[in-house]
Design a protein around this ligand. Structure first.
Ligand code: CP3
Length: 355
């Protein structure tokens, strides 16, 4: 048992992504892409047709396993990210969540926090059991040097979907509740913090090596609310995970954080910060003494390809080569991206990194 643990620790330390998240620079930088699985891959579209709906897909281990591994078979990426969605948490809490083809997610808008299930632990553990089954099989199937990333949405971002009933342009309903009834809003955030801790802990126990917390809409919050509803809940999740799994690296993705990025790094306790494409590379480099940075090529530039694409990849690697860097996009791969461009990106990162 003890030897097995030591062996596992050895293997972990050989994973480039884990090294970088431990604060070391690795040359060339490890690379993976947000939404590296999904509709831009023809083999994903074929697999997707076999499931009745998107949530069924996420809850069918053989499909989730296959979708997670598809990009790893095609490209020499350093990490696989679990194929799932941030909206499985509201689904587990008893909210009606549907993914409508071509329209994105549709949820029944939350009327009162008291309508959510009170036994969060069993609700998450039971509903999301197939996700953990998938993780065990994915970890077993992945080569030792590849990292498996688990994830959850940050409480703020998940709350926006629950209150708005889907995607939103101005987040008016969510902000109205946040300012008019901070006690009720705080209850919702507390439940989401608890559910995220349970969900991420179960992913780690099943074999996730790293977890990422996606705060896709944190950028719409004014500074005081960014502290209270993005940084603080993230900190609570990070602290709870680290108290049980002290060596587990956590990546935060406070998309749109802008000038709040330093407060986020300081206050959240994350080991790595994923940066959107608006973040200047010099600002990113200035964060590196304190945290590993991940990013931040514009996903539309990946879709476009060409000279500007190649030039920006090499500029990004050069600008961040002085510290811990994980190459990634500033947001997810878009469905219209040619898979060849992903291949070109991975090849370039491997080559330019050594230059
Ligand atoms: O490869 C991976 O990154 C793993 C899988 C993954 C998905 N969603 C699969 C998915 C991950 C990490 C997510 C996270 C997620 N989901 C976020 C945070 C990251 C971000 O993009 O900001 C958010 C906000 C969601 C919510 C969500 N899920 C939306 C808004 C949509 C509809 C828009 C769209 O791209 O279709 C989804 C659906 C979804 N999640 C799809 C996939 C592959 C497409 C559905 C399909 O294939 O039918």
């Amino acid at each position: 048992m003890h030897n097995a643990t030591v062996l596992e620790a050895d293997r972990q330390s050989e994973r480039a992504l884990i090294k970088v998240l431990g604060g070391h620079r690795v040359d060339p930088p490890p690379v993976w892409l947000m939404r590296q699985a999904g509709r831009y891959l023809p083999e994903y579209r074929a697999l997707r047709k076999t499931a009745r709906n998107f949530l069924d897909f996420c809850y069918t281990p053989e499909l989730a396993i296959e979708a997670t591994l598809q990009p790893i078979r095609r490209f020499d990426l350093d990490a696989a990210i679990l194929f799932c969605d941030i909206l499985v948490i509201p689904d587990a809490l008893g909210v009606d969540v549907q993914f409508v083809e071509g329209e994105g997610p549709k949820l029944v808008p939350l009327q009162s926090v008291s309508t959510l299930t009170s036994d969060v632990d069993s609700a998450v553990g039971e509903k999301l059991a197939p996700v953990y089954t998938a993780i065990e099989a994915i970890r077993a199937a992945l080569p030792d040097d590849k990292t498996l990333i688990g994830f959850a949405g940050a409480p703020w971002t998940v709350a926006t979907y629950m209150i708005e009933g889907g995607s939103s342009r101005d987040f008016a309903a969510t902000k109205t509740l946040m300012w008019s009834d901070p006690v009720e809003f705080g209850r919702l955030i507390d439940i989401l913090v608890e559910a995220s801790i349970i969900h991420l802990s179960a992913q780690i126990r099943a074999g996730a090596d790293v977890v990422q917390i996606f705060d896709s809409w944190s950028g719409v919050l004014p500074a005081p609310e960014f502290r209270r509803w993005c940084i603080e809940p993230t900190r609570r999740i990070v602290d709870a995970l680290k108290s049980v799994f002290p060596d587990l690296p956590v990546i935060g993705f406070p998309r749109g954080a802008g000038a709040m990025i330093e407060d986020f790094v300081q206050g959240s306790g994350v080991d790595g910060v994923s940066l959107d494409s608006s973040m200047p590379l010099r600002t990113a480099a200035a964060l590196q003494p304190r945290v590993a940075v991940q990013g931040n090529l514009d996903p539309i530039l990946l879709m476009t390809g060409g000279d500007a694409f190649q030039q920006r990849i090499s500029e990004t690697i050069s600008a961040l080569s002085g510290g811990p860097h994980i190459f990634n996009l500033g947001h997810g791969v878009l469905p219209s991206t040619p898979p060849d461009h992903v291949q070109a990106l991975v090849d370039m990162v491997r080559e330019r990194g050594a230059a």
